[in-house]
Design a protein around this ligand. Sequence first.
Ligand code: NAD
Length: 373
Amino acid sequence: MEEWKFYMPTRIRFGWGRFKEIREVVDELHGRRVFLVTGKQFAKKHGMLEKLTDFLKGLTLELYGEIEENPSIETVDKGAALCKEAGSDLVIGLGGGSALDAGKAIAMLQKNPGSIREYLDQERVCQTKGLPYIAIPTTSGTGSEVTPFTVVTHKAKRAKPAIAPPEIFPDVALVDPELTMSMPFEIAVSTGLDALCQAVEGFWSTQANPVTRALAFQAIKLAMENLEQACLTKDKESVNNMALASHLTGIEMSNIGNTAIHPLSYPITLDYNVPHGFACAIFLPAVIRFNAQAIEDRFRDLLLVLNLSGVGAFADRVDSFLERLKAPKRLSQLGVKAEDIPGIAKRGMGRSTAWNPKPMAEEDIIQICKAIL
Ligand code: NAD
């Protein structure tokens, strides 16, 4: 019999059109001077900024719209300094995982000294909760709105380290799937595949417990049944279900992290400029096959629900998703050369690699990379 624990301090509001409730949420947290952290273009281009300004009428709203994909230490530190200068008392992150993670770090740095680099390099630890933080996702992939993870690009180390102190969980996650409707096809595919990877990693993790497994099971089912439709036709129900899939993976992942796929994605994103979800998903079929024996029992009920004959058929189905959604399937398509593989394997091992259901050594990663070159 298992012993387990589970923690989720973030208050959640989920539902189509609920973006308009942002004023109520800000008022609940007693925010008067709001610091908004978002991407460079999309929020303005798709009218989200205009709406937010309208919803928050009467409050002071400072905009920091400079978050790039896979945000850097420099971007986060600049935002933290501007937030301090503005005397803000609440932070909102609006965007994909990049803006949400940057927002978390900026809120944290208002009450904790120094640069985010010092926390990433473990020279400092987060001592206290930062400013109140509201996370509003606009992609359906990372679940960052309900995790304490803050992933920041460390250019000097060519790495994407993360911090995850419990004080950094967002206070409120406001999830309005309608906000994801403006994602261009490629971003919808990449982020949706990220959600699928997180769900699968959560389901087979050696760290899983009954709650995280239930969440991951449901998230895999939702992603497998809705990803294609959500990307290809954008029908409301599928789009809503992908937002839910992503959100559920965030809740489970917040407690148990990922396994071998996410750390492997980091050198691919950094060295070949590949969007996070694609960098994860390219490994998914091969890692499912690698883990096949170790996961057979655990996947039995899931495979029945998905009407799949075995773990091999599950890997084949993911392969066909990649094909139909025009996602990269071979590392060479991304510019990876055979001689790069040992370096990828070395840098692609993280703490969570040890939580893969079948032990995975550097040599195994080399073989996996060669198989999908
Ligand atoms: P992203 O945030 O980098 O966004 C991708 C692109 O989509 C950006 O150019 C952005 O401007 C654009 N975009 C976002 N929403 C849009 C919309 N509704 N309409 C049009 N364009 C839109 O992508 P992501 O995959 O959501 O996040 C990736 C980042 O999140 C990576 O840094 C990754 O490491 C991190 N991550 C964090 C967690 C966590 O728990 N904190 C989990 C997984 C990944």
